[in-house]
Design a protein around this ligand. Structure first.
Ligand code: C5P
Length: 223
């Protein structure tokens, strides 16, 4: 049985950097499940599908092939949608604005769930998202729940967008994060929750290195 580590938490809590580095340390796969929902959102946007047309979005997600590249150094993991590299295209403000709605469609979630479980069956994984410990991998060897205040999380996302040269104001970034949190926590199908057996780590005052060290320590102790 391969090792599986589940990392959940709201937007901007530090999941991606942490999960990627833990996967590198353990030399196992890193799966960013948010990128999968983002890819479906990007495709729906490109095809001008009305967000109300849930059947069409579900149909589209069935045909969507999402693949992840190898991680090298500190670079973000490359994401491929039907063989096209979309790593940056899935992280725009436009995708931020519709992704939670796309991710709230139960049929889309079922399709992604199957893809995610399939990936975890094939190899050891560090999988990050919103429902990994609670639904995708309920038997994960270790469950981590990362949190930080809304302000901290909005500042991180704002910095990330600015570094990519995006012109956007802080209030808008903060509003989007608040709205996505609300949507992700209140949807009826696999909402964002902290699983009872997850270990919570608050990341406001810690850089990613400290968080990674703490998780590696927990793995040594508990797995
Ligand atoms: O993690 P990231 O912010 O990239 O995720 C984008 C969106 O995808 C989240 O706001 C959430 O709506 C959705 N998502 C989800 N379940 C996951 C991962 C992401 O619903 N496991």
């Amino acid at each position: 049985m391969e090792i599986s580590i589940a990392i959940d938490g709201p937007s901007g809590s530090g999941k991606s950097t942490t999960a990627r580095r833990v996967a590198q340390r353990l030399n196992i796969y890193y799966i960013d499940t948010g990128a999968m929902y983002r890819a479906v959102a990007l495709l729906s946007m490109r095809k001008n599908i009305d967000l109300e047309d849930k059947d069409e979005i579900s149909r589209l997600s069935k045909e969507t092939n999402i693949e992840f590249g190898q991680i090298t150094g500190e670079d973000s993991q490359k994401v491929f949608l039907n063989n096209e590299e979309v790593t940056d295209l899935i992280r725009t403000n436009e995708v931020d604005e519709i992704v939670s709605e796309v991710a709230s469609i139960p049929e889309v979630r079922e399709i992604m769930l199957n893809k995610q479980r399939e990936l975890a069956r094939k190899s050891g994984v560090v999988m990050e998202g919103r429902d990994i410990g609670s639904r995708v991998l309920p038997g994960a060897d270790l469950k981590i729940y990362l949190t930080a205040s809304l302000n901290t999380r909005a500042r991180r996302r704002f910095r990330e967008l600015k570094e990519k040269g995006k012109q956007i104001d802080f209030a808008k970034v903060k509003d989007n994060i608040r709205l996505r949190d609300e949507q992700d926590k209140s949807r009826s199908h696999s909402p964002l929750v902290r699983p009872d057996d997850a270990i919570e780590i608050k990341t406001d005052d810690f850089g990613p290195n400290k968080v990674v060290e703490k998780i590696i320590e927990l793995i040594k102790k508990e797995v």
